[in-house]
Design a protein around this ligand. Structure first.
Ligand SMILES: Cc1cc2nc3c(=O)[nH]c(=O)nc-3n(C[C@H](O)[C@H](O)[C@H](O)COP(=O)(O)OP(=O)(O)OC[C@H]3O[C@@H](n4cnc5c(N)ncnc54)[C@H](O)[C@@H]3O)c2cc1C
Length: 224
């Protein structure tokens, strides 16, 4: 592997983009050929040049899938994502090896995501861990429930879409936090995996603690 020491402790290597379509307004799914092993839930660093600071992204594909998938939003004014969205098949991107202790497990659990925070749960599901999970996904608009066709089919009633700004068929109208507040009898013996912004994670954790879920049953990944 052709690695480059870009920053202290950061090693990048180049990959060639296979596809980078816009799959929902302002949201893109980038892919390139997988050349490493990883555990579902882990992240990697991306940069346009090996001298840039890496931005972190959850891996959205399964552990055995041929290609790596990265789901991302354009952040207006952001250093990486506006340029990332302009990349075409055949362009080069610099990546780090995967890392991170936020990983899926076989036991029954709740997966709770906001926005692109669905990515690690897609990876866990595609790695065979979804059959005993309840998946709650929050989005502002109904067109941004990424992968919803697959998830409706695979999870059925264990997949809850919470839409804060629009109403839609089969969709709970309200934020994830409101859904959790209204849900009774959340099992105390299961783990609750949270993934999203700091605000979302803090608010969800408060609600879960208030409902009697032990602190060590709440596992969070914060996208900052
Ligand atoms: C563990 C982890 C996993 C993540 N996984 C994902 C993922 O799977 N998908 C995903 O989409 N994101 C993910 N993120 C977020 C991602 O790493 C980036 O932060 C995000 O994509 C924005 O990158 P950017 O370079 O475009 O924006 P940045 O340059 O980092 O800017 C972000 C925002 O801050 C504003 N900003 C920048 N500098 C300033 C300033 N000086 N003053 C005021 N405002 C400023 C920008 O306008 C922009 O709106 C993850 C983050 C972490 C920590």
């Amino acid at each position: 592997m052709n690695s480059v020491d870009a920053k202290p402790n950061v090693k990048f290597h180049p990959v060639t983009i296979l596809s980078n379509p816009e799959i929902a307004p302002n949201a893109f799914l980038l892919s390139y050929k997988r050349d490493f092993t990883f555990r579902a839930g882990q992240v990697l660093g991306l940069a346009l040049q090996p001298t840039d600071d890496a931005r972190l992204y959850s891996i959205a594909n399964g552990e055995n899938d041929e290609n790596v998938s990265i789901l991302y939003n354009i952040k207006p004014g952001g250093k990486l994502t506006p340029s990332l969205a302009a990349l075409k098949p055949g362009d080069t991107l610099w990546i780090t090896v995967p890392f991170g202790s936020y990983q899926g497990a076989a036991e029954p659990a709740f997966w709770i995501a906001a926005g692109t925070g669905i990515a690690p749960f897609m990876s866990m599901h595609r790695s065979g861990m979804g059959s005993n999970k309840t998946l709650i996904h929050g989005s502002r608009t109904v067109d941004s429930f990424f992968f919803s066709e697959i998830l409706i089919n695979d999870f059925g009633s264990r997949y809850v879409r919470c839409c804060s700004q629009q109403e839609g068929e089969g969709v709970y109208h309200g934020r994830v936090t409101q859904y959790l507040q209204e849900t009774e009898d959340l099992p105390e013996d299961q783990k609750y995996y949270l993934c999203g912004s700091a605000e979302m994670v803090v608010e969800c954790r408060e609600i879960l603690l208030g409902k009697g879920i032990p602190y060590n049953h709440i596992v969070a990944e914060i996208y900052f």
